[in-house]
Unconditional design. Structure first.
Length: 211
């Protein structure tokens, strides 16, 4: 839904989206102004509805185009636009973290280093990887804040399947690498798992929300 009067009245922005199950929306000033949508519920549970990928609109939701690269069949948790480069967009999904460099038109799997399930999106062929790449949030650093040396454009994402170390029927661990991941560029294959201090032990981390 869209409001043009500070939320006093609303109108549909669903356009031609093939589903109304939208887990995240974002706005990027790139490409003359782009509205972004990530489908799939941002929740867990046996009744949660999965999505049909990511979409973008350049006419405030009247019409939508499907983005390439974000697979169907996943839950959608968050979208983040790089405040220093609005062409860079990140999508946190049940099937991994995806990065765009063209304002959300196309995405690439960042292949977070989650072990043998890194980059796997075909969970029907590899069922033990179904919960190994659940990215529950992603943020991009603006940089330049008081007391911080974090470079602008640094991306932080969380792998946070709630079951974590719980095992599958075959004995494999559902999400052996829950935790915090970081990259200064956001490009594929550049993320590292952060060994945090003052936070929950890595194997005890569940769903995490970043601010």
């Amino acid at each position: 839904w869209r409001s043009d009067d500070k939320a006093k009245t609303w109108q549909s922005a669903n356009g031609n989206l093939p589903t109304s199950i939208t887990g995240a929306v974002a706005w990027s000033p790139a490409n003359g102004g782009t509205l972004l949508a990530l489908t799939g519920e941002p929740t867990f549970g046996s009744s949660a509805y999965t999505g049909l990928g990511a979409y973008y609109s350049t006419d405030l939701g009247a019409t939508w185009t499907k983005s390439a690269g974000v697979p169907d069949g996943g839950l959608g948790f968050a979208l983040a636009v790089d405040p220093g480069n609005p062409l860079k967009v990140y999508a946190a999904t049940q099937l991994g973290l995806f990065a765009s460099t063209d304002g959300g038109k196309t995405y690439t799997n960042t292949n977070l280093p989650t072990g043998e399930c890194s980059g796997v999106t075909d969970v029907k062929t590899y069922p033990k990887c179904a919960l190994a790449n659940v990215v529950t949030d992603v943020v991009v650093a603006k940089g330049g804040g008081v007391g911080t040396t974090t470079p602008a454009g640094t991306v932080v994402a969380t792998v946070g399947w709630r079951g974590g170390q719980r095992t599958n029927p075959d004995g494999s661990v559902q999400s052996p690498n829950n935790g915090i991941y970081r990259s200064q560029s956001g490009r594929a294959n550049t993320f590292t798992k952060v060994v945090t201090s003052g936070f929950a032990p890595q194997d005890r981390i569940g769903r995490v929300k970043l601010c």
